[in-house]
Write a protein that binds this ligand. Structure first.
Ligand SMILES: [Zn+2]
Length: 204
């Protein structure tokens, strides 16, 4: 089904069309009502604009909404970008910015600081939002903050087997793990290093 509204810049990072409903990999795990344990059924529900997973026994609706991934691009004093080599799936072996899922009891800013700290050992102060990136395939929206490094010492972890400061001219584009990371790096370069003209030459 076609989706009528403009996708916007955050849609650059997804290859799936809008309006496709719950991704199959997730729907496969949503079988029973979390309230009463009866089977969930997909279909029309009174008062809902779209078809939903709902419980015929108790009426509970199992809403499915994307999760937020809070990430940072830590920038060194020399204007280099800190990237991590991912030690775990998804994207194992590729380069990405530090970050992870927002927890239910913290702000987005706190999540960005915490995830960066946990993965790299660097303490950062998030600043300007570089961008928001939708990834329908993974049911996530990634927010990317530019961040100043204010403390800590970079130390590899299970999640980040290498932590490297890349000059903007030396970003390992073919080895970037995620579409969202490619777009965030391009947007940051457009913002801070327009002299490098992303979009030309070997920019991912
Ligand atoms: Zn139920």
């Amino acid at each position: 089904m076609a989706y009528e509204f403009e996708r916007g810049r955050d849609g650059r990072s997804t290859d799936l069309p809008s309006g496709g409903g719950v991704p199959a990999w997730l729907a496969a795990n949503l079988n029973f009502c979390s309230r009463c344990g009866s089977p969930l059924r997909f279909g029309s529900v009174p008062g809902e604009e779209r078809q939903r997973l709902a419980c015929a026994a108790c009426g509970h609706i199992a809403y499915v909404n994307p999760r937020l991934v809070a990430t940072t691009l830590p920038i060194t004093g020399a204007g280099e970008i800190i990237l991590i080599r991912r030690g775990i799936e998804p994207g194992r072996g590729g380069w990405a910015q530090p970050g992870g899922f927002l927890e239910v009891d913290e702000t987005v800013n706190q999540a960005a600081i915490r995830e960066t700290w946990e993965e790299t050992g660097l303490l950062v102060e998030p600043g300007e939002i570089v961008g928001l990136y939708t990834r329908l395939e993974a049911m996530v929206v990634t927010i990317v903050f530019e961040a100043r490094i204010v403390g800590g010492t970079a130390a590899p972890t299970l999640e980040a087997t290498e932590i490297v400061a890349f000059a903007p001219e030396s970003i390992p584009w073919p080895q970037i793990a995620f579409n969202t990371t490619i777009w965030a790096l391009r947007d940051w370069i457009e913002l801070r290093r327009p002299d490098l003209r992303p979009g030309d030459g070997d920019w991912g």
